[in-house]
Ligand binder design. Structure first.
Ligand code: PGA
Length: 265
């Protein structure tokens, strides 16, 4: 299972030091290994290099991801951070298309496809977020929205494979109404969406699906009972490293053999 902590626009150097201190314990390494869990942290660009260096220096078995990348590779694009910049500091994965980027920064499905293309070509593992809004749910437009978000991403991945590019990818189902709301999606809804995503598109290899949206200590065990899920993308609850470790402890031992080839680390 993959546990991804999305720090969003939180943290500071001293909070990061404290967080990594908690994750540094030998007992934690053993527990993650034994349970078949891979942990990743999605940090904001400003801290990526620091977190990545510290994780390596302290030998913590955690992968570091960006929260976004530019639709451009390099050049006169003030404020942007491109795939080559991530690679330059040794970051080899990124969230893409998070609903907060779509909602607050007008990121489009087209942008997400462009970013997917740049990540796959550069060997940066994309964790592609998708999900319907509250009004999609209410008006019965959920699957139409998911179709619009996923179809072009799937085509992009197929195209990459045809060109001999085998960068792994992850999908993260994050219903917009469940993010930060304290209300997680029901097991049946998640199952239905993941079945739709896995069977409704011509994926070149079976997608690895995560769920995100108000995951916490009170529901992670139940959510983990869903065999269709391979992990979680968690915001608020995992700003506290103790909660991340406690969550990991609540998870049953996982079989990892099927996903061995594309482990985060
Ligand atoms: P949340 O956020 O866990 O605070 O709901 C999840 C996410 O936005 O990735």
């Amino acid at each position: 299972m993959y546990l991804v902590a999305n720090w969003k626009m939180n943290m500071s150097r001293s909070l990061i030091d404290g967080y990594l201190e908690v994750l540094s314990s030998e007992a934690m390494f053993g527990m993650l290994e034994e349970k078949g869990l891979s942990v990743a942290i999605a940090a904001s660009h400003i801290y990526l290099d620091y977190v990545n260096r510290e994780v390596h220096r302290r030998n913590i078995p955690v992968r570091v991801l960006a929260q976004d990348v530019s639709t451009r590779l390099s050049g006169a694009f003030t404020g942007e951070v491109g795939v080559p910049n991530l690679l330059d500091i040794g970051v080899k994965g990124s969230l893409l298309g998070h609903s907060e980027r779509r909602r607050f920064f007008r990121e489009t499905d087209e942008d997400v496809v462009t970013k997917t293309n740049l990540c796959l070509n550069g060997g940066v593992v994309p964790v592609i977020c998708f999900g319907e809004s509250q009004s999609d749910r209410e008006t019965g437009a959920t699957f139409e929205t998911l179709q619009t978000q996923i179809e072009p991403v799937c085509q992009e991945i197929v195209r990459a494979r045809e060109e001999g590019i085998y960068t792994p990818f992850y999908l993260a189902y994050e219903p917009v109404w469940a993010i930060g709301s304290g209300v997680n999606a029901g097991l049946e809804d998640i199952q239905e969406v993941i079945a739709f995503v896995c069977k409704g598109f011509s994926w070149p290899d079976p997608p690895i699906c995560l769920y995100g949206g108000s995951v916490g200590l009170d529901n992670i065990r139940e959510l983990a009972s869903l065999k269709v899920l391979s992990g979680f993308l968690v915001g608020s609850a995992w700003l506290d490293p103790h909660v991340l470790l406690h969550s990991a402890k609540l998870l049953p031992k996982m079989e990892r053999s099927t996903h061995e080839g594309v482990r985060f680390k």
